[in-house]
Design a protein around this ligand. Structure first.
Ligand code: HEC
Ligand code: HEC
Ligand code: HEC
Ligand code: HEC
Ligand code: HEC
Length: 289
């Protein structure tokens, strides 16, 4: 990034230098030809401020910090597989566009004036742009339908956006349907892999309340993790632009900022009864949400 900033400021300085040279040269020709109105007009066009800032990193652009943070995040990574997968097809199909393009997201929620709830194919090239989350229409959305079919109520605002895209594409019910009457836990070559899809932290956090995972009929499962207020929604832990979770956020209340080490509960959630083991991350893809 600092390389980019350097390159940017080099280009910017080059432009400033070129403009200054031009102003100097027109100033000379204006002297030579002091009655010429065109030359005077040209001079006025290129009046430079007497003093700086001239470097882009010294000029305060409103929202510059947010734009910079977002531009470095996964949401803005236009070269990522998540945004380039359809490049050869020319468009992102309706089944994928809701989560893989700001335009597709707006189409699905009817934020572009279309009918809400209907996904649409959109041109390639989109990312999770500013207007995905900064959209007054988000306050009208009161529930998100999860892949389990459950309608999960959301409070008005950006949480509806995060949950739309980070709830996965399959749920426990997909496994139940695939298994049908067959015996549980019995390998069967007829049944293929059911891919829950990626980064479904929103569904994971809801636990049994979102029915994202498969559940054995005779077992009880924990519901949503209601964290202590005011740490209540995605953006209270994740910076919505960088997407990272700052350890200092946790240190306000917890003794440690190390996510894996934050343990209060004396319940062994994986049923092992082994609390130290229960504290260790069980899989690199199951993050504490
Ligand atoms: C409910 C939202 C949602 C839908 C619908 C969806 N995806 Fe995704 N997809 C995601 C998210 C979130 C990620 C980000 C994973 C990550 O962190 O890279 C992702 C990642 C991907 C990736 C990148 C994986 C990688 O290795 O980086 C591909 C490819 C992909 N999806 C394909 C598809 C296709 C094809 C469809 C339509 C048939 C589709 N997705 C529909 C949410 C969705
Ligand atoms: C993934 C969702 C998301 C995206 C994409 C996003 N933002 Fe934000 N933005 C938020 C949220 C949520 C907040 C509120 C943060 C808070 O209240 O702490 C916010 C806050 C802001 C604020 C501060 C507003 C205020 O009143 O303090 C600005 C400015 C801003 N965003 C600009 C942008 C710009 C510009 C872009 C695109 C380059 C962008 N955002 C992309 C979610 C997003
Ligand atoms: C329009 C769909 C969409 C919305 C809305 C959205 N995301 Fe994402 N998010 C994605 C996709 C797609 C990726 C993967 C991008 C990539 O691979 O570069 C992603 C990546 C992420 C990552 C990085 C995951 C990783 O594997 O490193 C985090 C964290 C994240 N999003 C959190 C959020 C939060 C919090 C919100 C709400 C403030 C939000 N997202 C809103 C689609 C979305
Ligand atoms: C209590 C704080 C907290 C809340 C609330 C929270 N997260 Fe996270 N999230 C984390 C931490 C901590 C990680 C792991 C980050 C790391 O390892 O750097 C994480 C990881 C993630 C990841 C990457 C892991 C993955 O699943 O691929 C995504 C995406 C994500 N969160 C999205 C969300 C969304 C969407 C919400 C709201 C529905 C949310 N988070 C709510 C703390 C939180
Ligand atoms: C405002 C204070 C506060 C902040 C800030 C805070 N927490 Fe918490 N957290 C709590 C309290 C209080 C509990 C206990 C809640 C309960 O048991 O119902 C808790 C519980 C947890 C738990 C469950 C632990 C267990 O063993 O049950 C996790 C995980 C967690 N917090 C993660 C985080 C992360 C990650 C952050 C930083 C992004 C964070 N918290 C920030 C107050 C906070």
């Amino acid at each position: 990034m600092s390389n980019e900033v350097n390159r940017f400021s080099q280009i910017f300085m080059a432009v400033v230098a070129a403009v200054l040279t031009f102003v100097n040269s027109t100033a000379v020709s204006a002297q030579d030809n002091s009655e010429g109105e065109t030359a005077v007009e040209a001079l006025e066009l290129f009046v430079m401020p007497q003093s700086g800032p001239f470097r882009p990193d010294q000029i305060s652009i409103p929202q510059q910090k947010m734009i910079e943070a977002w531009a470095r995040s996964a949401h803005a990574d236009a070269s990522a597989e998540a945004f380039t997968h359809w490049d050869d097809d020319g468009e992102v199909p309706a089944s994928c566009s809701t989560c893989h393009s700001g335009a597709g997201f707006r189409a699905f929620h009817g934020l572009d004036g279309s009918e809400p709830g209907v996904a649409a194919a959109v041109p390639v090239g989109g990312v999770v742009d500013c207007e995905t989350c900064h959209n007054p229409g988000l306050s009208e959305i009161t529930a998100i339908t999860l892949p389990s079919g459950i309608e999960h109520p959301v409070k008005p605002g950006v949480e509806a956006a995060c949950l739309t895209c980070h709830a996965g594409r399959e749920a426990g019910v997909s496994v139940t349907n695939a298994v049908g009457d067959k015996a549980a836990d019995t390998p069967d070559p007829e049944i293929g892999f059911i891919n829950p899809h990626y980064a479904l932290a929103g569904a994971v956090r809801l636990g049994a309340a979102g029915a994202g995972g498969f559940e054995y009929p005779d077992k009880a499962y924990s519901g949503r993790f209601f964290h202590a207020r005011p740490v209540a929604d995605c953006a209270s832990c994740h910076n919505p632009h960088t997407l990272t979770v700052a350890e200092e956020t946790c240190l306000t209340c917890h003794e440690t900022g190390n996510f894996d080490a934050i343990r209060i509960s004396r319940v062994s959630y994986d049923g092992s009864g082994d609390l130290p083991r229960a504290s260790a991350p069980t899989s690199p893809t199951m993050q504490p949400c």
